[in-house]
Design a protein around this ligand. Structure first.
Ligand code: FAD
Ligand code: THG
Length: 815
């Protein structure tokens, strides 16, 4: 039986979840919907159901693959649930054609059987295409059309067969809060008791969540969908039951997609201005429409779409748009779904902003999460608690969801950051960074220097000494500068200041703090005051949730360096109920300079009365002291792998700290250095970045982090799961053979023509004069193996290298 579950919403998400939950033995499920079943009036009721599986996100691709597999096995009396017509994305510009090569790489990396086709082959698959309008296509034979309503019905019926109850025409008005736990829902037909309530209410979900104090960053947005009249070449191809046989088609350069409806075409369009929907007037606005998720078609917005459609598919010239509507569904700031449990109201779960494409995969993950405690795939990109505070502001939500709509089919470079609402968070060093010509990336709302134009002179100087600065092509040179290579090199030779302020940090204090951290993390952190420990947070299955540094300030007070808001959420959920531990995010109120390089001690010692020698202040220790008159906490930690310190102070002292170090640095030719140099240096050292190199899908031994696991200490979350964990794959360092080869991440790794893994992150090593990448490879891969990396269709050979390419003995750090 399990807990009593109420699912709000019988769209594709709610029904799929009912199926997945009941399949896991959680059979006391009630599926409630305001509308009739299964054409409820929500987005699912009119979704044309195109499923293009490949996504740059491995997780989203996995969700889609599972959805295709599952829907292919479902049956419905009216006809096919999934029609595997294949999916074709065409390029009409050279930029798109190059990008389809990138997409083909993702497909290969994530195990999706796709291939690139020339124009003639595209025409064979889709004879309506104009040969001259396209440069080529990306074809996935397993893509196709989901009949979303049939899929919802089939899954709901399976759930009912296992005991689930369907309650149509019942509106959920409110959620019962029993002192921090859900007690049920209040509906138009009375209260239904529940231990778990899942909000799967589609674009209305934000309203329901709002009633229980949860802000869901999503905006309902209208999107145009039109149907043509008869298209001559289609007549006789299809039947009402099997209404399509041509591949589904995307023409992303013109923001268009197409599918067949028997002898007509359906055309979806994202090229118009964003049309956010006002829920307060929606019922009135849709009064004359077939359902409340359909707004009247705005013909003038569709004009460019029609022109472009006829250009791509000339046969449409004899037809016309016969009907259309502006359909509504959810957009989020980053395009990912919103999944997870409300932290303050236990038992209230959210499964929102999910496409039909990902629906069954999402439902499976959420069902596992509810029933087993942990999803089997990494869901951090979709975590409800991935957002910083500002991302819950109405202004941010409106602006970035609109932007997400505009960019939905755009080619987005991996280092292209948001342009709107920048400058929300700046460190106290920001003005100095501007003076030094910083180019900023964005992360967590922070402005983060990527490199400094002030260092441009170093390029010539180092080149004269024989340092190579390989040319990059237009794509890999975007949002990048050779100055970053000079900054990295200079850090190894001299000294540099890195702004570490955006590094998420918490203060964890109280009588129970040490025990708490022992239980939540893998390493022994209960060491003496002044110790610093590198440690991991695992989930119950032994997957890596985060990696942390834990610095013991006092007996009962720790400073923890973490990876983002999801860590705060995880820690908060595990705080002991007795109040013996206090968790505080101190990121914004403090700041940090990473001062690293062989000259770091010479620079900083004269500013400090305490002895900063290696014997007095060893590696992985901390010291609370003064630099000049500024109170600082110094951590002898270095993610770039050089002698030096992370120097923390309160934000108010930040500007003075920067100026102090800068002035003292003059004699040592200190520079400010940015994120690109930082990344390449940490890669030379073999240090991992959580969320990129490893996630909850990976165990410590696989990620090469078992050194941070103390099986001999007391119990900790995930420990039991590690006992029998044989590695299924391992994270390796590979070094490219060609000094000009570049990778940016997510590329497939091949042995011969077979894909054996994928790249996580990459960076140019100034020490080796080559790009280094981390890649997940088979567990039996070993140093010296040759592999091939496919970067946007260019194949580069690379060699598996020992993890630490620079200073494996840590001699540079420990001196
Ligand atoms: P919904 O289907 O909206 O279901 C939510 C349900 O909750 C509704 O039935 C509603 O009645 C019910 N509900 C809401 N509030 C309450 C309440 N308080 N009490 C009781 N019940 C409530 N996706 C794709 O993958 N491929 C596509 O090709 C595609 N094309 C699309 C084209 C258009 C024009 C549109 C509009 C969307 C398209 N989508 C597509 C997106 C897709 O339709 C949605 O993302 C998906 O259907 C959302 O499913 P859902 O179950 O979350 O929401
Ligand atoms: N600084 C601080 N906290 C952090 C980071 C940081 N927390 C999040 C993230 N970055 C953690 N990542 C690392 C990765 C490696 C190291 C430090 C933080 C590191 N590792 C050494 C090694 O692997 O050889 C030392 C390990 C050990 O001695 O146990 O330095 O950048 N404050």
């Amino acid at each position: 039986m399990g807990p009593k579950v109420v699912i709000v919403g019988a769209g594709i998400v709610g029904t799929s979840l009912a199926d997945e939950l009941t399949e896991r033995g959680c059979t006391d499920v009630t599926l409630v919907d305001r509308g009739p079943l299964f054409v409820t009036g929500g987005s699912t009721s009119h979704a044309p159901g195109l499923v293009f599986t490949t996504n740059q996100s491995k997780t989203m691709s996995a969700f889609a693959r599972y959805t295709v597999e599952k829907l292919s096995t479902l049956e419905h009396p009216d006809g096919r649930v999934f029609n595997r017509v294949g999916g074709l994305e065409v390029a009409s510009t050279t930029e798109r054609w190059a990008d389809l090569h990138r997409k083909a790489g993702w497909a290969q990396a994530w195990g999706i059987p796709a291939r690139l086709l020339g124009p003639a082959e595209c025409l064979e698959l889709h004879p309506l295409l104009d040969r001259h309008a396209i440069l080529g296509g990306f074809y996935t034979p397993t893509d196709g059309l989901a009949s979303a309503v049939r899929a919802a019905a089939a899954q709901a019926q399976r759930a009912v067969a296992r005991g689930a109850i369907l309650l149509p025409e019942t509106e959920v008005l409110d959620v019962v809060d029993r002192g921090g736990r859900v007690g049920g829902v209040r509906t138009s037909r009375g209260v239904i008791a529940a231990d778990i309530v899942v909000c799967a209410a589609g674009f209305w979900g934000a309203q329901l969540a709002n009633r229980v104090g949860l802000v869901l960053p999503l905006v309902p947005m209208a999107h145009q969908y039109a149907r043509t009249g008869q298209v001559a070449p289609l007549v006789g191809r299809n039947t009402e039951r099997d209404d399509a046989s041509l591949p589904i088609l995307r023409h992303q350069d013109a923001d268009l997609y197409f599918r067949e409806h028997v002898d007509r075409l359906g055309i979806g369009y994202y090229g118009h201005q964003p049309m956010p929907v006002d829920l307060s007037t929606l019922l009135a606005d849709t009064a004359d429409e077939p359902m409340p998720s359909m707004l009247p078609f705005t013909e003038q917005d569709f004009e460019p779409a029609w022109r472009e459609s006829v250009r791509l598919l000339p046969a449409l010239g004899d037809s016309k748009v016969e009907e259309g509507f502006n359909g509504i569904f959810s957009f989020t700031p980053d395009g990912f779904a919103l999944l997870g449990e409300h932290a303050q109201l236990r038992g209230f779960w959210v499964a929102e902003a999910v496409w039909v494409t990902h629906s069954a995969g999402v439902a499976k993950a959420v069902a596992e999460w509810i029933v087993d405690g942990t999803p089997s795939v990494d869901v951090h990109e979709c975590d409800l608690y991935r957002f910083e505070k500002f991302a819950r502001s109405p202004r941010f939500i409106d602006q970035t969801c609109a932007q997400a709509f505009v960019e939905v089919y755009d080619i987005i470079h991996p280092y292209q950051y948001r342009s709107a609402l920048r400058g929300l968070r700046t460190s106290p060093f920001h003005h100095r960074q501007l003076e030094l010509g910083a180019y900023f990336y964005e992360g967590g709302g922070w402005e983060r220097p990527a490199w400094f134009e002030a260092n441009a002179g170093l390029v010539g100087r180092l080149a004269a000494q024989g340092v190579a600065f390989p040319e990059r092509d237009a794509w890999t040179a975007r949002y990048w500068s050779p100055v970053a290579i000079a900054e990295a090199r200079w850090t190894r030779e001299q000294v540099a200041l890195y702004d570490m302020t955006p590094l998420t940090r918490y203060e964890i204090s109280g009588a129970g703090a040490a025990d708490f951290l022992q239980r939540l993390t893998t390493n022994d952190v209960d060491k003496g005051v002044g110790s610093v420990t590198y440690t991991l947070m695992l989930d119950q299955t032994g997957g890596i949730r985060s990696d942390l540094t834990v610095a013991r300030l006092d007996e009962t007070r720790f400073q923890v360096g973490a990876n983002g808001p999801q860590d705060f959420d995880w820690l908060t959920r595990h705080l002991p109920a007795n109040g013996s531990v206090t968790l505080r995010d101190i990121t914004g109120g403090s700041c940090c300079i990473g001062l690293w390089g062989p000259a770091a001690r010479d620079l900083v010692q004269p500013l400090c009365r305490d002895n900063l020698s290696h014997t007095a202040f060893p590696y992985f220790r901390l010291l609370r002291t003064y630099l000049d008159a500024i109170p600082v906490t110094m951590l002898r930690v270095s993610y770039v792998g050089e002698l030096g310190w992370e120097i923390y102070t309160e934000a108010s002292y930040g500007a003075a700290l920067w100026d102090l170090l800068w002035a003292a640095g003059r004699d040592h030719e200190a520079i400010a250095a940015g994120r690109i140099a930082f990344n390449s240096l940490r890669m030379e050292k073999g240090y991992r970045a959580w969320g990129i190199d490893m996630t909850a899908e990976d165990r410590p031994i696989e990620a090469g982090l078992d050194f941070a696991v103390r099986m001999s200490k007391g119990d900790f979350i995930g420990k039991a799961a590690l006992r029998d964990a044989t590695p299924r794959k391992i994270l390796q360092s590979v070094v490219f053979d060609d000094p000009t080869a570049v990778a940016l991440g997510k590329e497939p790794v091949l042995a011969g023509d077979a894909c054996i893994g994928f790249v996580t992150s990459a960076g140019y090593s100034p020490t080796l004069g080559r790009t280094i990448a981390y890649a997940w490879l088979p567990a039996d891969s070993s140093i010296g193996d040759t592999v091939t990396v496919d970067h946007r269709g260019q194949r580069h050979t690379a060699t598996v290298h020992r993890q630490t390419v620079v200073d494996p003995e840590l001699a540079r750090i420990r001196r």
